[in-house]
Ligand binder design. Structure first.
Ligand code: OGA
Ligand code: MN
Length: 216
């Protein structure tokens, strides 16, 4: 089979999945996809994350400019590494090619106008969390969709904590939806609409790639 035909087959497999994501987003403003990456891809992405972590390429996440360390740690405790798209290896190529297929589909079918993307690896050591927030900066509303892909080991257990909690409007109030960071799982939600938090990690280290699809 020629590479073109293989690609077309991939496209055929992806379309129903992308349709479900669009349907979910329009109805409930978030979508959860199991096995967005297969176990081999998750293992490759995780080992790449860990290699960069060991090379000391991660930094404590920031929250605005003028917070001191104590305040920062009280808001979020993760370590992150922004992925530079010009210096990517095989793992990141797999990652961005899947994400780009989704973006192309979203732009074609929903006219979302996604023109930019930014992604970072994240490590949440035991005891760390990220308090409730919205993924929007005060002077920048270009982030439209938040995307989180979990790269944990297969044995991640709900007892490990580290769940992503989405706060969903519900009648006059809201309801909390807990999403455990199981490997291969991808969560996508409207950045400017859904508040969310990462609950404390009680056991192990929590690995992910998180990023944003943005308009220009
Ligand atoms: C973030 C975030 C969620 C998660 O980095 O802004 O909300 O599940 N991450 O890691
Ligand atoms: Mn967030």
């Amino acid at each position: 089979m020629t590479p073109d035909l293989l690609l077309e087959q991939d496209g055929l497999r992806e379309e129903p999945l992308f349709e479900k994501i669009i349907e979910d987003l329009s109805v409930q403003r978030y979508s959860i996809v199991e096995a967005f990456f297969n176990p081999d891809e998750v293992a490759l992405l995780r080992s790449t994350l860990l290699a960069r972590y060991e090379e000391d390429q991660f930094r404590k996440s920031a929250i605005g400019d003028h917070f001191n360390e104590q305040i920062r740690s009280a808001v979020r405790g993760d370590f992150i590494h922004w992925i530079q798209e010009r210096e990517t290896g095989p793992a990141e190529r797999v990652f961005f090619s899947r994400v780009q297929s989704l973006v192309t589909y979203l732009n074609r079918t929903c006219f979302l106008g996604i023109a930019e993307r930014e992604f970072h690896y994240a490590v949440y050591p035991k005891g760390t969390f990220y308090v409730r927030h919205l993924d929007m900066f005060r002077n920048d509303d270009r982030r439209k969709l938040s995307v989180v892909c979990y790269l944990n080991e297969d044995n991640w257990d709900p007892g490990n904590g580290g769940e992503l909690t989405l706060y969903l409007p519900d009648g006059d109030g809201e309801r909390a939806l807990d999403i455990y960071p199981f490997p291969g799982r991808m969560v996508i939600f409207e950045s400017q609409v859904l508040e969310h938090e990462v609950k404390p990690v009680k056991q192990g280290e929590r690995y992910s790639i998180t990023g944003w699809l943005k308009t220009r």
